[in-house]
Design a protein around this ligand. Structure first.
Ligand code: 2HA
Ligand code: ZN
Length: 301
């Protein structure tokens, strides 16, 4: 009966949403975008990050470079009427690519309930200098203020990984941010303090963590400085602000940020208890990475 009922509702919404309203059935939208796997993974990730307290209010943002075959499957729902807008940076190697991206000022908390008004798909032009919204942000809006940073990070990783990296995530996790107020502000010391906390850390991000000082959020300067760090690292901490990370898929990027934040939480507790009495040696960290054939960044040890 339940299955029949759902088919009936879908049928109603397809032929006449008024009829569905009169019968008091919720309308299930027959949208290819809303039903696409990558789209739902994106929305679920936004929701999960919010539940973890990483994205208060409209804090944080996410962007995903959509695969060509996924675009082909949903493209007939796009509208190409909106004007082109300057990105503020040039990302020539991402020309004509499409990105699913969170909207500026939109709350992660309400994204799952209202994706069409919270996120958009933006297409880049043939020079990688402008974007236009082709789907979403139905009641107006623009991509996240950090879109230039996202796109420059995508651009750097596109070349380094041969197009494998697709996702860039930015979140505001409490413990990592707290540590930026007390740890030395350089890649080597910050990374080593985090690597010390669990053997997993060096395994999950063997290249280490880049750290930037407090800079103007949403600026082209912070975009360029972050992209420079992304040439070396998959995770970059913005002092007194949050984390940026890049990877192939939702699982990998979430895994990196989750591991950094867990280690940061341990370190906050260790510092609160009076600080470290022991720590792993550099050789012990190298040994764990050797075990998994990982190229540990020895310059940070
Ligand atoms: O408000 O997180 O970095 C969105 C942000 C800016
Ligand atoms: Zn932020």
């Amino acid at each position: 009966f339940r299955r029949k009922n759902i088919s009936f509702r879908i049928y109603c919404s397809a032929i006449n949403s008024d009829l569905s309203n009169k019968l008091n059935f919720p309308v299930i939208k027959m949208s290819k975008v809303l039903n696409a796997k990558f789209f739902n993974e994106f929305i679920d990730m936004v929701d999960l990050c919010c539940s973890l307290g990483w994205n208060e209010r409209n804090g944080g943002n996410m962007s995903y470079r959509i695969a060509t075959e996924d675009i082909e499957a949903i493209k007939d729902e796009f509208s190409f009427e909106k004007p082109w807008t300057s990105i503020g940076v040039t990302v020539a190697n991402l020309a004509n690519e499409y990105f699913l991206v969170t909207g500026s000022g939109k709350y992660f908390r309400y994204t799952k309930a209202d994706p069409e008004n919270s996120v958009c798909i933006a297409q880049l032009d043939e020079k990688g200098e402008n974007y236009r919204i082709v789907w979403g942000l139905a009641s107006g809006g623009r991509p996240t203020s950090e879109f230039p940073t996202h796109l420059l990070n995508h651009s750097v990783k596109f070349d380094i990984t041969g197009g494998k990296h697709r996702l860039v995530m930015h979140v505001h996790p409490v413990n990592t941010i707290a540590l930026t107020f007390v740890l030395p502000q350089n890649d080597k010391d910050f990374t080593r303090e985090i690597w010390d906390m669990m053997p997993e850390c060096a395994v999950v991000f063997p290249r280490g963590i880049g750290i930037l000082p407090l800079m103007l959020t949403g600026s082209i300067d912070i975009a360029k400085a972050t992209a420079e760090k992304f040439k070396e690292y998959d995770v970059v901490v913005w002092s007194m602000h949050g984390i940026f990370s890049s990877g192939e898929n939702f699982r990998d990027v979430f895994g990196i940020i989750e591991t950094v934040e867990k280690a940061a939480e341990i370190l906050v507790k260790v510092i609160s208890m009076g600080g470290k009495k022991v720590r792993p040696t550099a050789q012990e960290i190298i040994d764990v990475c050797d075990e998994y054939n990982l190229d540990i960044n020895k310059a940070l040890l």
